[in-house]
Structure formats: structure tokens, C-alpha cells
Design a protein around this ligand. Sequence first.
Ligand code: SF4
Length: 275
Amino acid sequence: MNPDDLRRRLEFYRDLGITTLYRRGDSVSPPRRSTPDSSPGAAPAPERNPRPPSAPPEPASFAKPAPPDQPALLGDGLLPGLAPPDDSMEKIRADIGDCTRCRLHEGRTNIVFGVGNEKSPLVFVGEGPGADEDAQGIPFVGRAGQLLTAMIEKTAAKEGIPLERKDVYICNVVKCRPPNNRTPQPDEMEICGQFLFRQLMVIRPKAIVALGGTAAKALLGTREGVTRLRGKWRRWNGIPVMVTYHPSYLLRPYNKNAKREAWEDLRTVLHYVYD
Ligand code: SF4
């Protein structure tokens, strides 16, 4: 890569708030781009969220270089391409191609890019595809997806907002199904997250809903749990972010409070975006 291309690439990642790039075999740390805020209605002020001194150490998978017998994960040729100034969904799709940039490609049936209105003022970001999503290539089509659809459409109807699922955009942090529906690993999130960031920068929605802890971590770089994060506006690259529970968590029978809180979060978001 020539020096000009390298500089442009590094500037692009810096603009996204990514402060750590690493090569195969290097130790890695998570990007820090968190911006907590206080007021749901008002645009929250940008703010860093550095790791407190008492924060627990990184998980082993984050801190250790990949063993040599594992598939290569990060290297000069494996990072997603530099976003062009006139980036578009078509270009992002083309850049993903038949992606093998992380180990998640090994078990996938389909890359699950995203679905919905690519000009929507509202984007929902989940964790990663499950079995139904992997089979169909569409995010949130299983039981959790049906619940998400009902939450969006019923809450909107109740609040007098004409909105259907097809009017918003829905995507995930990682585009390929993790084996056994495990949580995506930090390196997988960081590699595939570059595509998510490009999607969000192309759409530039008025607000983002982070569904669950993985989406919150990817967007905000925070270690806090959803219970503490939800209900308040945060920011990702200047765009207000509301963290709430992942629909799959809400499907568990003992989460009545979480259901009520998720509907409250969604109502807050819908009024902010569509009033
Ligand atoms: S999860 Fe993302 S980075 Fe990994 S192989 Fe799939 S598309 Fe590529």
C-alpha cells in the first residue's frame, strides 16, 4: 500500500473513532468510542468513556494473538477496504463480497447484510444472524425478529406514528452467523464492525437503536450492561444511540420488567425520530 493510501485509510478509521489497528499476531485492545449522555430528548454532548482504573482485564480472546493454527484474522490485506468519499450500500456490499475476513465465514450459509429502507431515519443494530437469518440471508426473521417487528409496529401504532418494519433499517454487528449462536468475539466484531460503521455513515439516521449488549459494545465501546445503559441517549459519531434489550432476551418468560422497559425505550426513540 502506498503512503497516501495508508494515510487515507488511517484517517478514515480515526474518523470512525477507531483508535486501535493491529496486525496478525499483535495484541489487540477494543476501540473506545463511547459517549454517555443524560437527556433523552436533547442531543447528547459527545463524550469519551475511558476505561475506569478498576475495569476488569480484557477477556483472553481479546488480549492474545491468534494461535498460528487458527485462520488468519487481521492482517494488512484482511481489513475491510477504505470507504470511498461517495460510499454507498452497493459499494459496501461489493467490498464484503464473499467475505472470508474472519472465522465466522466458515459456518455461514448466507451473509446477512441488512434489510429495510436504506434512507431511514431509524436504524436497529442487533448482534449477529441466528439460524433462520443465516438460512434466509435476512436479519431478524426468527422468533426474536418477529417480536422486534411487533414491537416496532405495535408501539408505533399505539403512539399514532404510521410506521412499518420495512420503513426502518435493520442490520447486525457481524454479518455471518456465529457457531451455536455464540456471542461474536471481539476481533470478529472489530473486523465486521467496519462494514456496520460504513452502513451507518451512508444512512446517517436520526437515531440508532442498539439491541443488546453486543451492539452497545460495538457502537459505544462500553463494558456496561444493557440494564445500566438503556433509557438514556448516547452517541455514535454524532448520531443519538438508544441501547435497549435484544428481543431474544425479551422472549425469556421471566423478563417482564425488561419487556416494559424495552417498550418504553422504543416509544422514546419513535417520538424523537418521527415527531
Ligand atoms: S462476519 Fe463479517 S468479517 Fe467475518 S466473514 Fe462474515 S462478513 Fe466477513
